[in-house]
Design a protein around this ligand. Structure first.
Ligand SMILES: [Zn+2]
Length: 239
């Protein structure tokens, strides 16, 4: 049986009603990687931590900038100019001291294996398209489940990459050659970032606690969500 303290049992009681102590214990033992503490990574980290994911390895190297505070909701005015990962770690320690956070710094091709070691799941919420494709390829090859989140001015999506199901290249093929409007270049509605980051965390918790494998691409456009079943693309190099 699990070794939850009384305060943990109280904290997680509403989740335990749904998936039992067994499910909560799976969350406690889960090791999750999070790439990026931006508009998606911040709410995702808050919910993963509040829900009781036991270990979260964070890949982030940037500092908090005040023009991002409207959607990077982990951070406050006084965090501007500070390291995002360090400030995030402090906040998560306050939110839920049962969660261990490990700071990894900048993720790149050479240290991917080190980052992914012993992880059960990775969430990617950066604004770097090359990184999304790189993580797709690396995680698919090593069969590590991956949840990619992306947000632009007009729409956003959450893309689950769970081997042997479809991958990011099945739909998006490759990094586009033309310039794509980004939040930095074309603006963004801040709560949409929260919606997407929360959805990423929700899929993660349901997978880790209840072994529910997400198989749909979730797209949000202004006020509307769409769920699109993913299919293997025979032209994708991974299949
Ligand atoms: Zn594919």
């Amino acid at each position: 049986m699990s070794d939850f303290s009384t305060s943990e049992l109280e904290r997680y009681s509403r989740q335990i009603l749904l998936f039992g102590r067994k499910g909560q214990e799976k969350l406690k033992k889960a090791r999750v990687g999070l790439v990026g503490l931006g508009g998606l990574g911040c709410p995702a980290l808050l919910y993963l931590s509040a829900a009781g994911v036991g270990y979260i390895r964070i890949a982030e190297f940037d500092i908090v900038e005040c023009h991002n505070l409207s959607r990077q909701i982990l951070f406050s005015q006084e965090d501007c100019g500070q390291r995002k990962d360090l400030q995030a770690q402090k906040k998560i320690n306050q939110l839920n001291p049962n969660v261990t956070t490990a700071l990894f710094g900048r993720l790149h091709e050479q240290n991917m294996d080190e980052f992914a070691q012993d992880l059960h799941l990775i969430l990617e919420g950066s604004d770097n398209l090359e990184l999304k494709f790189f993580l797709n390829d690396a995680c698919y090859a090593s069969k590590i489940p991956l949840i990619i989140g992306a947000l632009g001015p007009e729409q956003g999506h959450v893309f689950p990459v769970f081997y042997p199901h479809a991958c990011y290249r099945c739909v998006f093929v490759d990094v586009p050659s033309e310039e794509i409007p980004t939040c930095a270049s074309a603006g963004v509605i801040s709560p949409m970032a929260g919606t997407l980051g929360s959805m990423m965390a929700s899929l993660a918790v349901q997978f880790l606690a209840m072994e529910m494998v997400p198989q749909d691409l979730l797209v949000v456009e202004k006020t509307r969500w769409r769920s699109i079943p993913l299919k293997l693309n025979p032209r994708c190099p991974h299949h």
